[in-house]
Design a protein around this ligand. Sequence first.
Ligand SMILES: *Cc1c(COP(=O)(O)O)cnc(C)c1O
Length: 391
Amino acid sequence: MSTQTEDTPLVNGKPYRLRLPGPTTVPLRIREVSAQAILNHRGPEFASQLGEVVEMLRPVIGTANDILMFASSGTGVMEASLANVLAPGDKILVLSNGQWGERFISIANALFQDITIDKIEVPWGAAISGNDLKERLSSDDYAAVIAVHNESSTGAISDLAEIGALVRETSAVLIVDSISGTGGMEMRQDEWGIDVLLTSSQKALMCPPGIGIVSVSDKAWERIENDARRARFYWDFRKAREWAPKGQTAFTPPVSLIAGLHEALVSIHEESLQAVLKRHEQLAKALQAGGLTMGFTLFPTAPMTSNTVAVFAVPDGVDGVDIVKRMYKDHGSVIAGSRNALRGKIIRIGTMGAVTEDDIMTDLEHLEATMISLGVDLTPGAAVAAARATL
Ligand SMILES: *Cc1c(COP(=O)(O)O)cnc(C)c1O
């Protein structure tokens, strides 16, 4: 099965293949539903659709909490979570092991003048250890601890069960960015003790970009209800919560995208959540096995690695920037490199959302041909064979 359709654009005559760690390819059935007539966002049809979206999201997130939705990219709800949970003068702890932890620090600095930001920093690709966190938590009084579930810049996974168990013992609220994890990797918000869980539509939920999703625990509401003046109006979680029981949002929601998300969730539950997570795991493993035959190594050193993005370190003598360019120009495959210190040293391929076995095999064929064209001595077909052997 392929996700290409009649309207797939061409790149030098080859079908355009969106293989990024977000945004991801949106299956036709979801795009078709998004193209339906716009509903009144205060009418009964939309209310029942939104209610069903929330109910279908619960098992995917693993929560009985209030689930709020905003028209935004992922960064929007990252900012919203800080604007709601933090108050002037607060102190926060950021667990930083990649690009997205750093973004939280930039947001906190932009929103508040008088906030104290501590961080636990480990090399990119590693994960923060429970012992380090435990020590910090015992000596300080944080309003919030901020972690990234799936660091899509490195492929490292945070051990949220461990982090959550430690933060639960303190008065701090645990904010987790699972924007590129939820829907592709197990998420058990309530069981793990995550207070504010953030995700968005354009990653494993295989929808167009534009919906930011937030699930908020009772512990987090206590801080959110503190009415110290801060930068929140559109983002005010209190207003969003007031409207939620009516099946409405405080302001006009992205009606078409919510319809698409409804269809995406129907399709996830048709396949079954367990099967979806298993498929992500198997396809990630297959792609990794294929990559290893070409001299790539896995970039992340963390004990747990991503099933939603494959992050490969590029072998010596090859420039990752050239790989990304040729994948696109010669094959129509759009993969990611890195925009930071790792530029040229890693490549990243999304394995989240509506990805199939065929997609992975095609990725490997294109990658092998690309490496050969860059002068690497490889046996054609070996990568696909190694990937197939894992399935
Ligand atoms: C994709 C992603 C984001 C979201 O970024 P936007 O471009 O604002 O949607 C945030 N965090 C992580 C870990 C991501 O993978």
